[in-house]
Design a protein around this ligand. Structure first.
Ligand SMILES: Cc1cc2nc3c(=O)[nH]c(=O)nc-3n(C[C@H](O)[C@H](O)[C@H](O)COP(=O)(O)OP(=O)(O)OC[C@H]3O[C@@H](n4cnc5c(N)ncnc54)[C@H](O)[C@@H]3O)c2cc1C
Length: 380
């Protein structure tokens, strides 16, 4: 595998890093503090080509490869984990799925507005009893004379506070689990959608996570892909989404390492900077090594997404390795900063809270291990 970036990928990475430093980083603390969805930052990001990154230019997107996209998400997450994951939901879980499975009128209606930032997307799969067991869909979409009536509740729908469109998964053949789920494109202003609760979360605050209740009539033209094929589409979207979450975790972990290095050089005890103590050096060495190993897996998964039809194994390995490396990095950064990190409002305190969700959303670490194990057992 070639790990060198092309000139175009490197130039894009640098331009996103600059945007992250100048526009996103100054807003990170207030997004966390207020928990308000950063609509203005999302619009600015769209102006820099960070929505619809991999969507073909003919549909208004950036037409970039997945490696470029992963580099961009890492750079943004280093500044704000919330902005990175909000971007990744619209990009990977919504726009890419419409580009992959949508019919021309559906692409016409949504892709340009998603890529321009006029529309934000949401992905409504999880329910109270359908998280890891996502096939256990209790939301139903039953046939009517002119389409389907969707009834049920979804939980933890990121971006829902600001979204114009949601991809909603529902059982068209209740009881058949993965074989009877269909994906629907539902405008969030459709009559019969209620935003019932707003998540007050530990980290990635400002992600606009809401619980949603549906009693909505949709037309046949709102079915995304084929009837009863929705679960397969959800898993397809999550292959890309997990590469983005791996990149998001790396950005958070790298920010933790940056903070730890700066503090270790500056803070003195017993008349010497703590960076001169082996105990601190070894923590920094482990953080840097584990993050870089996970970065290799993430770039490999991004390249696989570009080059292969299926990349579930690579994306699960990347998400598992990067989220766990980043969690450890945030934990070690907290140890190195000690009371300076533990103080409410410190950057490391925010990173420590933000990183935890990367091991939960888009499939827990246990779910990633299940996918990896089933693939290695099938191949062995
Ligand atoms: C901040 C945030 C944002 C989110 N955004 C979205 C979103 O936009 N759209 C959406 O659809 N969902 C979203 N989710 C939901 C998320 O995908 C689920 O929380 C996740 O899939 C886990 O499901 P659960 O919370 O129901 O845990 P459960 O499935 O109840 O799992 C509980 C524990 O049991 C473990 N476990 C479960 N089954 C097994 C098994 N067979 N073997 C071993 N261990 C097992 C899990 O790994 C976990 O440790 C979000 C969640 C969070 C926290």
């Amino acid at each position: 595998m070639i790990l060198e970036l092309t000139a175009e990928q490197e130039a894009f990475r640098q331009s996103v890093e600059q945007f992250a430093r100048e526009v996103v980083a100054p807003r990170a603390a207030s997004i966390d503090e207020t928990g308000a969805f950063p609509g203005d930052v999302m619009r600015a990001a769209a102006g820099r080509g960070l929505l619809g990154v991999t969507i073909p230019a003919s549909w208004g997107g950036g037409g970039r490869d997945y490696v470029s996209y992963a580099l961009a998400i890492e750079a943004i997450a280093r500044a704000s984990a919330t902005v990175a994951v909000a971007l990744s939901v619209t990009n990977s879980l919504v726009a890419e799925l419409i580009a992959h499975a949508g019919r021309a009128p559906q692409k016409e209606r949504w892709l340009r507005t998603l890529a321009s930032g006029e529309a934000i997307g949401a992905f409504a799969l999880s329910e109270a009893d359908a998280g890891t067991d996502a096939a256990n869909q209790q939301t139903k979409a039953l046939r009517t004379t002119d389409g389907y009536r969707i009834t049920g509740q979804k939980v933890w729908v990121a971006n829902a506070e600001a979204a114009s469109v949601a991809i909603v998964f529902a059982a068209t053949r209740p009881g058949l689990r993965a074989q009877g789920v269909t994906a629907f494109l539902v405008p969030m202003n459709a009559p019969g959608i209620r935003r019932t609760a707003r998540a007050d979360s530990l980290g990635v605050r400002g992600l606009g996570c809401m619980d949603l209740e549906f009693d909505v009539q949709v037309g046949d033209d709102q079915v995304l892909g084929s009837v009863d094929q929705g679960f397969r589409l959800a898993m397809w979207a999550l292959e890309g989404g997990r590469v983005a979450i791996a990149a998001q975790a790396l950005g958070i972990g790298q920010a933790a390492l940056d903070e730890a290095i700066a503090h270790a050089k500056h803070r003195e005890t017993f008349g010497r900077p703590i960076a001169s103590y082996e105990a601190i050096q070894w923590m920094l060495a482990d953080m840097a090594t584990e993050l870089d190993a996970a970065r290799m897996l993430t770039l490999k998964a991004a390249a696989a997404k570009d080059q292969q039809e299926k990349s579930a194994l690579e994306s699960s390995m990347a998400k598992l390795a990067a989220s766990e490396a980043a969690h450890k990095a945030a934990d070690k950064a907290m140890q190195i900063l000690a009371s300076a990190g533990y103080r409410r409002g410190s950057v490391v305190e925010r990173l420590f809270r933000d990183v935890r969700a990367t091991e939960i959303y888009q499939g827990t670490s246990e779910a990633q291990r299940m996918i990896i194990a089933s693939q290695v057992l099938a191949g062995g």
